[in-house]
Design a protein around this ligand. Sequence first.
Ligand SMILES: [Fe+2]
Length: 385
Amino acid sequence: MDCLLWIPALAGHIGLCSFLFNRTHATAWPHVWRKLIEKFVVFGSVLPLVLLPGWLWQQGSLSFRNSLDASPWLAAYLALSLIASGYFFAAWTYRLLTRTKPANWQNPQRDYFNGEEILHQRLTHGIVAKLLSWVPGNQATAIALEHYRIAVPKLPAGTTLKICQLTDLHLTGQIDIAYYKLIIEQVNRWEPDLVLITGDLVDQHHCLNWLDRIFKPLQAHYGKFYILGNHDRRIRPESELRTRLEEAQLQRVGGAWLAVETGEIGTLLLAGNELPWFPGAESLRPLPAEDQRLRILLSHSPDQIDWARSFNFDLIFCGHTHGGQVRFPVIGPILCPSRYGVRYACGPFQVGSALMHVSRGISGDRPIRINCPPEVGLFTLVGTA
Ligand SMILES: [Fe+2]
């Protein structure tokens, strides 16, 4: 029966490869290094699955113990993989048992729309995107419109504020601009008070011309605000990207409190965090405790939660993780570019006094989504003071 040990050993091996991928993609290391590691991880995770059956056939036995005798290096790695599988299983169980939805959070409605069905056209371009579009169950252009309600004690009772979050558009040219314009039309129908855009906007330089066409028609009563994400570093110079975004009437939120007047609700405070890819957030200064204005953070990555705790934010909007993009039944996602692994892949989290929402985002470097639909969120804040 020791042949059954191959199953946890392989699971541990996949877990170790994912661990390496997730942690390196949470860093600001140069793109070329991260891509090299990505290729190494993909190759390294698939190779044993391809070679193992043939090797076992050659050995003439499925026995796990006999394989340990074949090579001390193999024995050491198999032992490590078994330990890793135990660790990952324990971490998965712990997450399952301890995660609770924040008390003041409701997700009362989810609507889907399929971009290709509505527009009656293929929305993918290029060989890779077209191949991926044929993968059964790929939801890359079928977006979920999420309606969330959040009770906010800092806002006066009877008042509401509608915030729309857009994140991780990843303009590469692989998905047609018509898809993004369709999303903006939908957001305008919501008539949001604020639009918060939390990074990874443009991957390819030739898509800079799209920014004006996508974001200028976007409407919000009190403003449209943005930060950048790791993929935006591909656009050089950075100043050109920021100029284009500002020409598209988006306002930068950086390492200083930005006061936004919102009529009967009063003044809100916004701050942005683009770490570790762009500096700026280090210069944010704490506010006095008696300042009771609503504090909202735009942070590309949820990895900044420790930084955020010291500023007593009320709401934190993040992207970056894409929900893992491919979510397996029961297991959930495996790949998630965060130093916390898949812990903050998507959804609402209570972080001290703050409510943090990690969006699945709109697209990705590669347009593949399995059991993880792209997301645009409308957050209705309901005052309870
Ligand atoms: Fe992203």
